[in-house]
Structures are given as structure tokens and as C-alpha cells.
Design a binder for this molecule. Structure first.
Ligand code: IPE
Ligand code: IPE
Ligand code: MG
Length: 255
């Protein structure tokens, strides 16, 4: 198939998917577990690094797709607390790729009115990464469009531990310890974000891998067998179409 014909085909598919989406019922918050970079590379007889690099293209696709659709919050799981278990060279590469992204993406984020933020134990990242992150956050701080949150050195159990410590600290300072769903939610790193409506995971794994355990209590989960570097805007649209076909019951009887 010639590239022209294939792009005609994908724009036809895009038009069909867009026509199927009800813009009044979009998920406000989409969270993505970007998985499968290594297997993508392996399938092409390339080193894992090549998969991670290709994954940046999919990040751009997801950000662009969400912006075009008018999604308010996008949260991307970029590096977990447990990912430190990987070989040091891979961790170093992921960190350098992150720094590259943080430097390169700012102009594009500003053009699209996107505000960048992060969640996770940021203070444990290298000073250089922290500096680049702070700079990108600062440079996009006044944008009023989509909020793009990178989960970096993020682990959900650690987040709950940090939140609990924070509440206890506050309690001993004020003499009042209030523990309920609201105070816990407000002590999590995600205190400024609504819970995700839609959680996407690539590469077919049916697990949460310590991502937003508290927050995804009633999220709709959508999994594709595609590896992350192959994720496109069409996949995002498909996920939203499928999301809109689900009935969210929150434990009740629904409609
Ligand atoms: C996701 O791809 C990237 C990160 C977790 C940082 P993986 O590196 O986990 O790729 P697979 O799962 O080994 O294929
Ligand atoms: C989850 O992917 C972490 C990120 C996407 C950053 P992993 O590849 O680390 O998860 P497991 O090890 O397959 O559960
Ligand atoms: Mg993985």
C-alpha cells in the first residue's frame, strides 16, 4: 500500500471514530500505563533503548490526541519506583531521555496551552533531572488548557504512605487528626486532579503495576495488546469510543 493510500485509510478511520464520540461525555481525566517499549524493540531485533526512544513518539501522539479532543487531564506513567530495579544503564538512558523530552517539549506544550506537572518522589531523582523538570513546569505554569502530569519515580503505595505521614504530621501539629476519604485524597500527590475516568494500558498486561491504586477505584480500564511505541491517536480515539459504550455504575444499579 502506498503511504498516501494508507494515510487516506487512517484519516477515514479517524473521521469514523470522531463521529462516534460524544464530545459532551468525554473522560475528563485519562491516565496511561505506557508499557511494552522493550518488547517492541525486541521484536525488531533492536536494543531496549531503541524502544524507549520510539516511545517518545507515542507520548507526543497521546498528548496531541488528547489536546485535539479536548481532554482536561492526561497522566502518563513514565517511571515507577520499582523501575530502579532495572540495569543502571537502562535507568540512565530513561533519565537522559526524560531530560531530552523536558527540554524539547516545552515549545510544543506552550503552543498547545498545556501545563506540565509531575507526581512521585521527585526529590529522589537526580538534581539534573529535577532542574529540567522544574524548568519545564515553570515555563508552562500559566497555560490554561490540558494538564499533563508525568508520574516519575512514582509508586502508589509510597504515595499512600507519604499521604498518611503527612496527615499524621499535620494532626500532631494541630492536635486534630482527621482520617477519612476526603482527607486522604487531599493528601495524595494527585490532590489537584480528579480521579481518572479512563485508564489505558498498552502491551496487553492486565495489571496496575502500582499506579494510582486509590484513584482508579472506579476508572474504566482499557487495554490494548499494542506495544507503547505503536500507540497512535487512532488508538486513543478507539479507547474513548469504547469508554463511552461502558455503563459506569459505581456500585449502584445504573440507568
Ligand atoms: C515501558 O516499557 C517503559 C517503562 C516502564 C519505563 P518497558 O520498558 O516496561 O517495556 P517491556 O514491558 O519490558 O516490553
Ligand atoms: C509500569 O510498567 C511502569 C511504567 C509504565 C512506567 P512496568 O513494565 O514497570 O510494569 P511491570 O513490571 O510489567 O508490572
Ligand atoms: Mg514493562
Amino acid at each position: 500500500m502506498t503511504p498516501v493510500r494508507s494515510s487516506q485509510k487512517s484519516s477515514k478511520r479517524e473521521a469514523e471514530l470522531l463521529a462516534a464520540i460524544d464530545l459532551d461525555r468525554l473522560p475528563a481525566h485519562i491516565a496511561i500505563i505506557m508499557d511494552g517499549n522493550g518488547r517492541w524493540a525486541k521484536g525488531k531485533h533492536l536494543p531496549r533503548f531503541a524502544g524507549h526512544r520510539a516511545g517518545i513518539g507515542a507520548v507526543r501522539e497521546a498528548v496531541k490526541g488528547c489536546t485535539r479532543l479536548g481532554i482536561s487531564f492526561l497522566t502518563l506513567y513514565a517511571f515507577s519506583l520499582e523501575n530502579w530495579k532495572r540495569p543502571p544503564a537502562e535507568v540512565r538512558f530513561l533519565m537522559s531521555l526524560l531530560r531530552e523530552y523536558l527540554k524539547d517539549a516545552v515549545d510544543d506544550l506552550n503552543e498547545n496551552n498545556i501545563r506540565l506537572e509531575s507526581i512521585g518522589r521527585i526529590g529522589e531523582l537526580s538534581k539534573a533531572v529535577q532542574k529540567d523538570l522544574e524548568r519545564a513546569v515553570e515555563r508552562t505554569r500559566n497555560n490554561k488548557g490540558m494538564r499533563l502530569t508525568l508520574a516519575l519515580n512514582y509508586g502508589s503505595r509510597a504515595e499512600i504512605v507519604d499521604a498518611t505521614r503527612e496527615l499524621v504530621k499535620r494532626g500532631s501539629r494541630t492536635g486534630q487528626l482527621r482520617i477519612d476519604e476526603e482527607t486522604i485524597s487531599q493528601a495524595l500527590y494527585t490532590r489537584d486532579l480528579p480521579d481518572p475516568d479512563l485508564l489505558i494500558r498498552t502491551s496487553g498486561e492486565l495489571r496496575l503495576s502500582n499506579f494510582l491504586l486509590w484513584q482508579v477505584a472506579y476508572s474504566e480500564i482499557w487495554v490494548t495488546s499494542k506495544y507503547w511505541p505503536d500507540f497512535t491517536q487512532l488508538d486513543l480515539l478507539q479507547a474513548v469510543v469504547d469508554f463511552q459504550k461502558r455503563e459506569r455504575r459505581y456500585g449502584g444499579l445504573g440507568q
